[in-house]
Design a protein around this ligand. Structure first.
Ligand code: UD1
Length: 430
C-alpha cells in the first residue's frame, strides 16, 4: 500500500506553483455538459476527484478529450443517459453537481448519492428545496436522487444554511429555468463566483455571485466557452501553513491574495510575516509560533478546509489556543493521530483546546480524510524523526503532486510502495 515516508525538521524554503481550484473545477466540469457546443477548460487540477468526475461524465455519453494534463475539451451534444450510477461516483461528494447540470438542461436527472460521511453528516435538503422551488419533483430512493420537471420556473429561494453545494446546484438549474430566480443567504466562496463566471461565459445571466443575494435570469440555451479555472485557495493555504510549521520561507505563486485574506490574518496572529504581491504570497516564519483562537465560518471567514492545518500549527504554538469548527460536526478525527506525535489537544464537541507542545515527534499515522491528511503531512514535516503516513489516497483526491511540490521546497518526503522504495528513501536521507 502506498505511504508517505517523511523525515521532519527541515525548514521549507523556495517557491511553489498552485494549481486550479478543485472545488471550482468539479461544478464547472458538470456545468460544461449544459451546452451542446464544445467547451474548453484550462487550469484543471490533475487529481483523483476530477478524474472521477470526468469518468462519470463519459459514462453518460459526454466526449471528454484531455488535450494536456491541465486542459480538457468537453462535448455533451450526444448524452445518451440521464442516469449516473457507477461505483466511483459514490466516492465523490461533488457528483451531486451532475444533478443540477442535467436537471437544468434536460429537466430530468438520476444520480447515485454519495456514500458515508467522513467529516460529519452532509445533508442535501437545501439542494432539494431549491430544485423543488424551481418546479422539479424530487425523490430519494434506493440510494439515488431522482428528479424531473415538466417546466422549470424561476423562484425566490431562501437558503436555511449557507451551503456552497446547494448555492451552485440551484444556480445551475436556475440558469436555464424560465424567468427570474433570487437565491438569498447564498454562499460567497470564490468557487461560487467562478462557477457563475463560467456559466455567464456560456451565455447565462447571473448577477451578484460573491454576495449573499444571487439574481439569475434564465436563458433557453447555453453556448461554447473557453475558460480558465481560478487558483486553489486551500492548496495555497496548505503551503502557507507548511512554511509556518517548519519555520520556513515559502513563496506561493499563482494565487489570488484576496482569496487568502482570512488565512493570512491568522498567520500574522501566529507571528509569521506575510508579504503579498499581485499573484503570489510569501510566508516567512523565523520565531516561535504564538497561540490564537479561530472559528471556521463560510467565506470570507476562516475556511473549514484549513481547520486541520491551523490546528497542527497551534499544536506547536506557545500557550493555549481554541479552535471551533462551526461547519462540520465531525472534523477532529485526525487529533488522535496528532496525539501520537506528541500533541496536547482535548476535543469537546466542536471545539479543540490546544496546549502547544513546541515540537512533534515522528510516528506511524493514518490520514482520515483529504484535508486532515495534508495537515498530518505538515505535522510530520515539522516533527523530529521519521513518520509513516497511510491512506494517502485521500490526499491524492485533492492535491496534485503534493510530495513532489514539497520536495521542491526541500522537504524529505517520499511516496513508497515497496521495501525497495523505502531503502532508497533511507539511503537518501541517511
Ligand atoms: C464544499 C466543499 C468542501 C468544504 C465545504 C464548506 C466541494 C466539493 N466541497 O462542500 O470541501 O468543506 O464546501 O466550505 O466543493 N448543509 C445542509 N443542507 C444542505 C447542504 C449543506 O444542512 O443541503 C450543511 C452541511 O451539512 C454543512 C454546511 O451546510 O454543515 C456546509 O456545507 P456545504 O457548504 O454544502 O458543503 P459542500 O458543498 O458539501
Amino acid at each position: 500500500m502506498e505511504q508517505y515516508v517523511i523525515k521532519g525538521g527541515n525548514p521549507l524554503v523556495g517557491e511553489v506553483e498552485i494549481g486550479g481550484a478543485k472545488n471550482a473545477a468539479l461544478p464547472i466540469l458538470a456545468a460544461a455538459i449544459m451546452t451542446d457546443d464544445t467547451v474548453h477548460i484550462d487550469n484543471l487540477p490533475d487529481v483523483r476527484d476530477i478524474n472521477v468526475m470526468l469518468g462519470a461524465m463519459e459514462s453518460i455519453g459526454t466526449l471528454v478529450h484531455r488535450e494536456g494534463r491541465h486542459y480538457v475539451t468537453i462535448n455533451a451534444a450526444n448524452i445518451s443517459s440521464l442516469v449516473v450510477d457507477n461505483e466511483n461516483v459514490k466516492k465523490i461528494r461533488a457528483s451531486y453537481y451532475l444533478i443540477g447540470a442535467l436537471l437544468g438542461k434536460y429537466k430530468h436527472a438520476e444520480v447515485t448519492l454519495p456514500g458515508g460521511c467522513d467529516i460529519g453528516c452532509r445533508a442535501i435538503d437545501q439542494h432539494i428545496k431549491g430544485f423543488r422551488a424551481l418546479g422539479a419533483e424530487v425523490v430519494v430512493e434506493h440510494g439515488m436522487i431522482r428528479t424531473r420537471a415538466e417546466r422549470l420556473v424561476g423562484s425566490h429561494i431562501y437558503m436555511d444554511v449557507v451551503s456552497v453545494g446547494a448555492t451552485i446546484n440551484v444556480m445551475m438549474v436556475a440558469a436555464m429555468a424560465e424567468g427570474k430566480t433570487i437565491i438569498e443567504n447564498a454562499a460567497k466562496e470564490p468557487h461560487v463566483v467562478d462557477v457563475a463566471n463560467f456559466l455567464n461565459s456560456m451565455g447565462a445571466n447571473i448577477k451578484g455571485a460573491g454576495t449573499d443575494v444571487i439574481r439569475i435570469k434564465g436563458v433557453p440555451s447555453l453556448h461554447k466557452s473557453d475558460y480558465t479555472i481560478i487558483p486553489d485557495q486551500i492548496e495555497a493555504g496548505t503551503f502557507m501553513f507548511a512554511a509556518a510549521v517548519t519555520r520556513g520561507d515559502v513563496t506561493v505563486r499563482n494565487v489570488i491574495p484576496k482569496h487568502l485574506e482570512s488565512i493570512t490574518a491568522k498567520l500574522l496572529e501566529l507571528g509569521c510575516e506575510v508579504q503579498e504581491e499581485d499573484d503570489c504570497v510569501r510566508v516567512v516564519c523565523s520565531r516561535e509560533l504564538r497561540h490564537t483562537h479561530v472559528k471556521t465560518l463560510p467565506y470570507p471567514g476562516f475556511p473549514t478546509d484549513m481547520q486541520p492545518q491551523i490546528t497542527v500549527a497551534l499544536g506547536l504554538a506557545s500557550g493555549t489556543s481554541i479552535v471551533t469548527e462551526s461547519i462540520f460536526e465531525n472534523r477532529f478525527k485526525y487529533v488522535d493521530e496528532l496525539t501520537r506525535m506528541g500533541a496536547n489537544i482535548k476535543v469537546e464537541g466542536n471545539t479543540a483546546i490546544i496546549d502547544g507542545v513546541g515540537r512533534y515527534t515522528g510516528a506511524g499515522i493514518s490520514a482520515p480524510d483529504l484535508r486532515a491528511g495534508a495537515a498530518l503531512v505538515l505535522a510530520a514535516l515539522s516533527a523530529e524523526g521519521e513518520s509513516h503516513l497511510d491512506n494517502i489516497h485521500y490526499i491524492q483526491r485533492g492535491y496534485e503532486d503534493f510530495h513532489l511540490k514539497l520536495q521542491g521546497l526541500g522537504a524529505q518526503i517520499h511516496l513508497v510502495d515497496t521495501e525497495q522504495d523505502y531503502s532508497n528513501f533511507r539511503m537518501m536521507t541517511g
